[in-house]
Design a protein around this ligand. Structure first.
Ligand SMILES: [Zn+2]
Length: 84
């Protein structure tokens, strides 16, 4: 009986984590700053940074975000250097 109760508790917690993960991915997808979002049929994709917020790993998402931040920083530094 205790095994079943433990299994049900773990299943409940896992389902809550999955639901929370999906909600946070959706918030990130909606607010990450790009305008070319695709969200038909429950998809959460961005054609600007080529991320699939529903399926891509956190590691890949983090890498793309870091690369985009570095590119924006370099662009800002170039603008400053050019006096624009
Ligand atoms: Zn994007």
């Amino acid at each position: 009986m205790k095994d079943i109760e433990a299994f049900l508790k773990i299943t409940e917690l896992t389902n809550k984590l999955k639901a929370d993960n999906l909600k946070l991915r959706k918030l990130l997808w909606l607010t990450h700053g790009c305008k070319q979002l695709y969200g038909d049929d429950g998809e959460m994709q961005c054609s600007s940074c080529s991320l699939d917020f529903k399926r891509d790993s956190v590691k890949k998402t983090e890498s793309v975000f870091n690369n985009n931040a570095y590119a924006a920083l370099i662009e800002a530094m170039e603008r400053t250097k050019g006096g624009k």
